[in-house]
Design a protein around this ligand. Structure first.
Ligand code: GDP
Ligand code: MG
Length: 687
């Protein structure tokens, strides 16, 4: 493909509910543009977009996919995205690097949960939009009904620019309301409007012209003055209104039959903005500067995706906002403050990569094997360290404990998970010191299942996912004093260390403190650090159920030593021993994490959510409205909400979202403590 200038590029993300037909539409676009030689089908696993084995297996998109093609000399960078909410990270990345979105809605299902969500994302990112009502060939296709639904939900700025000719078996194409031409058949042929539809066309056209006129003061004056508006000025005004988000045109088609797709592509060229029409916000030393994009200006390219490719290794995707990035060059990562060597640049389409010498402003490319660069970073020149705002990803809300299936899997686990997390900014991994489990956290059950499949396939590591254990902590209620004498006489040199320790509880959130109040050299100064070391090494395993100790101060108050037999190791052992004894005598208790959660649900669901939170014995702290939603703030024991993302999905048909963060520890009720201690004792005797 030849290089394109800023004006000859359109960056477009396909958004919509899972199953609306985004991937099928992307396939029809590629085929119509001649970028693929046959029209693949999702149901046969033969599309350019869903090429990943996990996508073919599940018959749905999981990743964002770059699908560039050329239409009448203009490059359209189509980005297909997943509709399933667990993969919203991919959607957020794609929305960040595009000027426009096509929101795909099924003509039979209408506006769905996912439609509402992506509408919000596109609104937040101020994208220019088209609504494309797909599946017009379906038996229960109902264009007018979906249009009404869209206008009720998203406002009157959504207006049909086309109407379909026929529906279901009689569906043949679309009528363009502005030009009053019909485009029927596949490939589309310009035809006269069927006589029976003339009246309907006139009605919708009048409405459309009114909306277009309203978007521009001069046009409105003319229109109200009764003057006829000419097609060219209407087109210009419509382009401007769409670019500014004042009008969201509604189009129709059938991706599966490839009808209405070339008219959509023509529409993209005429009405959606090119990168030249969007100013770029650059940050230099935290100061924002708004500039016009140019190919010759200083370089600023945003990294929005990383993926492990079987052939070229780690592939990093970037969008150039201004300047030009060249193959085999040295550039600067302004977020990491480090240089980076750029090798061969590629234009990616599905799973294939075409090597290119340069990627210019407005375009999207990829490069293999970068060493320091991660998603969200900006690539630039060292003498001009610019930054672009990174995509904003949601925090994980669902965790599982990762268990390797075999010893061989264990050895490779850490490295494989690290690479997985590097690729997917909505995945996190950590090792919980309290439970000794490796925790993988993501956006939902499906997200983690797919991640597990991926480590098996890409890195050859087989893992199991289990419900994680609650990271309890231990502390004490009372004060105590105890001593521990480590004394051994084994032939020649003996061992001697003697420590007297006190413990006292500290306020929640203080952690662990060590103090030294030894006077008169009962323990020589040089051994005190050894005592502290022994005490600190004993903290991770409490005396009740083996959980880490927090909110305790241990003070060494006395002891004794032997001039010959005492050593650091002896005082370490005595310190650890004294702590254990002290803790056992100081009314040890278990603490559990209490989480702050914020649940956002459509108002109708408030009652159901409240009663569910009630059964989880959550403490509701407050509630406030946010548009058509209610946000509920509550505190709840972590043990109760380990699977909350699953519960919330089923309670709200996927409409609810929540965030969760650790707030504080609280004492575990006695009967539950007894259960946990008993379980711990059982595993101890097993081992
Ligand atoms: N009848 C009909 N089915 C379609 C059309 N577009 C997509 N589908 C089917 O709808 C299902 C989901 O399509 P897909 O493109 O994967 O949707 P996505 O999740 O939005 O990417 C598949 O079974 C497609 O064959 C269409 O225009 N007409
Ligand atoms: Mg798809």
């Amino acid at each position: 493909m030849p290089q394109h200038t800023l004006k000859d590029i359109r960056n477009i993300v396909l958004l919509g509910h899972n199953g609306a037909g985004k991937t099928s539409l992307s396939e029809a676009i590629l085929f119509s543009a001649g970028a693929s030689s046959r029209l693949g089908k999702v149901d046969e696993g033969s599309t350019v977009s869903d090429y990943d084995p996990e996508e073919i297996k599940s018959r749905m998109s999981i990743n964002l996919t770059m699908l560039p093609c050329e239409w009448h000399g203009t490059k359209i960078n189509v980005i297909d995205t997943p509709g399933y909410s667990d993969f919203v990270g991919e959607v957020k990345a794609a929305v960040r690097v595009t000027e426009s979105a096509i929101i795909v809605i099924s003509s039979s299902a209408g506006v769905e949960v996912g439609t509402e969500q992506v509408w919000q994302y596109s609104e937040d990112s101020k994208l220019s939009r088209i609504i494309y009502i797909n599946k017009m060939d379906r038996e229960n296709a109902n264009f007018n009904q979906v249009v009404e639904q869209v206008r009720t939900k998203f406002g009157l700025k959504c207006a049909p620019l086309q109407i379909p000719a026929g529906a279901h078996t009689t569906y043949q194409g679309v009528i363009d309301l502005l030009s009053k031409k019909a485009y029927l058949g596949n490939p589309a042929k310009e035809s006269e409007i069927p006589a029976a539809m003339q009246e309907q066309v006139n009605k919708y056209r009048e409405k459309l012209i009114e909306s277009v006129a309203e978007s521009d003061d001069k046009l409105l004056e003319k229109y109200l003055g009764g003057e006829e508006l000419i097609l060219e000025e209407l087109k210009l005004a419509l382009h401007k209104a769409i670019t500014e988000g004042k009008i969201v045109p509604i189009l129709a088609g059938s991706s599966l039959q490839n009808v209405g797709v070339t008219t959509l592509m023509d529409f993209i060229l005429t009405y959606l903005p090119s990168p030249a029409e969007r100013k770029v916000a650059l940050f230099k030393d935290s100061k924002e500067e708004i500039v016009e994009p140019t190919e010759t200006g200083p370089l600023a390219a945003l990294v929005f995706k990383a993926a492990a490719d079987p052939y070229v290794g780690k592939l990093t995707y970037f969008r150039v906002y201004t300047g030009t990035l060249s193959s085999n060059s040295q550039i600067w990562n302004s977020v990491k403050n480090a240089g980076e060597r750029i090798g061969q640049l590629y234009l990616v389409r599905g799973k294939t990569q075409e090597p290119v010498a340069q990627v210019k402003a407005g375009d999207i490319g990829a490069v293999a094997k970068l060493s320091v660069t991660a998603v969200g970073d900006t690539l630039c020149n060292q003498e001009n360290p610019l930054k672009l705002a990174p995509p904003v990803f949601p925090d994980p809300v669902f965790s599982e404990a990762v268990q390797p299936k075999t010893k061989a899997d264990l050895d490779k686990l850490g490295a494989a998970l690290a690479r997985l997390v590097e690729e997917d900014p909505t995945l996190r991994m950590h090792r919980d010191p309290g439970t000794s489990e490796t925790i993988l956290a993501g956006l939902g059950e499906t997200h983690l299942k797919v991640a597990a499949d991926k480590v098996a396939r890409k890195f050859g590591v087989n893992i199991e996912l289990n419900i994680p254990r609650v990271p309890y902590r231990e502390t004490i209620m009372g004060n105590s004093q105890a001593e521990y004498k480590h004394k051994k006489q084994t032939g020649g040199h003996g061992q001697y260390g003697h420590v007297v320790l006190t413990v006292e509880p500290l306020p929640r959130g203080t952690g662990f403190e060590f103090a030294d109040k030894v006077v008169g050299g009962a323990i020589p100064r040089n051994f005190i650090p050894a005592v502290e070391k022994g005490v600190r090494e004993a903290i991770p395993e409490g005396v009740l159920a083996g959980y880490p100790i927090i909110d305790v101060r241990a003070t060494v108050v006395d002891g004794s030593f032997h001039p010959v037999d005492s050593s650091e190791i002896c005082f370490k052992i005595a310190g650890a021993g004294a702590l254990k004894k002290c803790l056992s005598q100081a009314q040890p208790i278990l603490l559990e994490p209490i989480m702050d959660i914020k649940v956002k649900v459509p108002t109708d669901y408030t009652g159901d959510i409240m009663s569910d939170l009630n059964t989880k014995r959550a403490r509701v702290q407050g509630m406030y409205p946010d548009g058509e939603y209610n946000v509920i703030d509550a505190q709840v024991r972590q043990a109760e909400i380990l699977r909350y993302s699953i519960d919330l999905k089923s309670l709200t048909q996927g409409r609810g979202t929540f965030t969760m963060k650790f707030d504080h520890y609280e004492e575990v009720p006695t009967h539950i403590t007894q259960k946990i201690v008993a379980e711990k004792d059982a595993t101890r005797t097993e081992a």
